[in-house]
Design a protein around this ligand. Structure first.
Ligand code: GLN
Length: 474
């Protein structure tokens, strides 16, 4: 590997490393393994080479390209990149090239990063295995017969395989944290509103957040500081600067109150539970205080999510009509053209979500389904608030299982939905959460532990994540 992103940036900035040489290392690994892994929808090798050469030239001229100088990055293919295809791994967007960059893409670029490619995902970010991509699945670099998780499976696999130093994903119900856990990398879902969604193709707008994947907690913090902070182009963006995370990573956890959720929904495999217990013990040894808390409504997160997220998706996806974007299947009159385009362009899972959402929002059922789910969402937020009176962070498994075999859950949507039991409640509350690799479970496959924190408590969350990382890497 080529070392942490922070080392790359430091070396490129002080002229001791060349961005071009760094990039060639990563491209060589892509050449060797990408045909088997399929992390990318597109690799932008030529563009990246030009960009890396420009970064080196800036340094040679005495300029500072920024905190991510020369760092190779990958973007989930649901983030708009000007002039570069953005497909959401859907046939319906084939051929569409956005006329603008997402705010996160612009910020990475202004910080000196080198975009290497766009990564595969479950179509429109709906799924937990990246098998719902219209372009075929991504494979887990730790065991290519298994899934990388999803929906940001390509971004997680790209970091785990050493194809890039860091990447971005989006998390609506767990799509950064769950693949991070299954691929053995760090994955962060920031507080809702901390990172601009401008230019992120919408799935469920009240839940979607962009966040980083990285090999280390420090690299994840570095990227988050670059992409976070107010953006007037996103009305849900919090009007304050990015949190300063540079000093918190070495602070330790002396006196920090770490909550164990005693009424957590069961269902995690014993090897995963064992890692959670080990993590709690590690933090206790490091000086944290373990406290028992209850979050009764946590259990209903999954049910509420599968009403709210499809409801919002059914509305957001109404714009793919064969007129404004990508695919169009012609017919003799307009409605038939819409229907033919959508029938041809969307995959099965996306159609299932649109139907679920349309049903939940329909006149006769709105109160019974969508309205009720919103009430549950409120209860979840209230329960978390009570728990956080006794704890600074909460610890749970990220995923109930290690990476599962490709094909194992494709015929059983409910089994697939259960992958996100532990990640979804945080999205409903809008809070931040991170998955930290914490050893291995069955088959020596990676296990992630999830650190949950109250709204905008990223500094405390990163402190605890860094302590967990120290325990497994020391
Ligand atoms: N797996 C969940 C779903 O399919 C979450 C997806 C996400 O976070 N984008 O909806």
């Amino acid at each position: 590997m080529s070392g942490p992103a922070s080392d790359i940036a430091m070396g490129v900035r002080d002229g001791s490393r060349s961005a071009v040489t760094v990039l060639e290392d990563y491209l060589a690994r892509i050449d060797a393994r990408e045909p088997r892994i399929h992390a990318f929808n597109v690799v932008l090798a030529d563009e990246a080479r030009h960009r890396a050469a420009d970064i080196d030239a800036l340094v040679a001229n005495g300029a500072d390209p920024g905190p991510l100088a020369g760092v190779p990055v990958a973007l989930k293919d649901n983030m708009c990149t000007r002039g570069v295809p953005t497909t959401c791994s859907s046939k319906i967007l084939e051929g569409w090239r956005p006329p603008y960059d997402a705010t996160v893409v612009r910020r990475l670029s202004e910080a000196g990063a080198v975009v290497v490619g766009k990564t595969n995902l479950d179509e429109f970010a709906m799924g937990s295995s990246t098998e719902n991509s219209a372009f075929g699945p991504t494979r887990n670099p730790h065991d290519p017969t298994r899934v990388p998780g999803g929906s940001s499976g390509g971004s997680a696999a790209a970091v785990a395989a050493g194809f890039v130093a860091v990447s971005l994903g989006s998390d609506t119900g767990g799509s950064i944290r769950q693949p991070a856990a299954l691929c053995g990398v760090v994955g962060v879902k920031p507080s809702y509103g901390a990172v601009s969604r401008y230019g992120l193709v919408a799935f469920a707008s009240s839940l979607d957040q962009i966040g980083p994947f990285a090999n280390t907690v420090a690299d994840a913090a570095l990227v988050l500081q670059v992409i976070a902070g107010h953006d007037p182009a996103d009305s849900t963006s919090i009007p304050q600067p990015a949190a300063d995370l540079s000093d918190v990573l070495t602070e330790g956890v002396e006196g920090v109150r770490v909550g164990r959720i005693v009424d957590l929904p069961s269902g995690a495999d014993p090897d995963v539970d064992e890692r959670l217990e080990a993590a709690l013990e590690t933090l206790q040894t490091a000086g944290a205080k373990i406290v028992d808390v209850e979050v009764p409504a946590f259990t209903y997160g999954l049910t509420a999510y599968y009403l709210i997220a499809p409801a919002e998706a059914s509305s957001n996806l109404a714009r793919y009509d064969g007129v404004r974007y990508g695919l169009r299947v012609d017919a003799t009159e307009t409605n038939a053209m819409y229907a033919a385009t959508r029938a041809e362009g969307f995959g099965d899972e996306v159609k299932r979500r649109i139907m679920l959402g349309t049903y939940a929002l329909s006149a006769g059922y709105y109160d019974a389904y969508y309205g009720k789910a919103l009430k549950v969402r409120r209860l979840i937020a209230d329960d978390f608030e009570r728990a956080y009176q006794h704890a600074d962070v909460l610890l749970t498994p990220t995923s109930p299982t290690v990476a599962f075999p490709i094909g194992e859950r494709t015929d059983n949507p409910f089994a697939m939905y259960l992958c996100d039991t532990y990640t979804i409640p945080t999205n409903l509350a809008g809070h931040p959460a991170v998955s930290v690799p914490f050893g291995t479970g069955a088959g020596r496959l990676p296990v992630g532990v999830q650190v949950l924190a109250p709204m905008l408590a990223e500094p405390m969350m990163f402190r605890v994540a860094a302590e967990l990382e120290r325990a497994v890497t020391s």
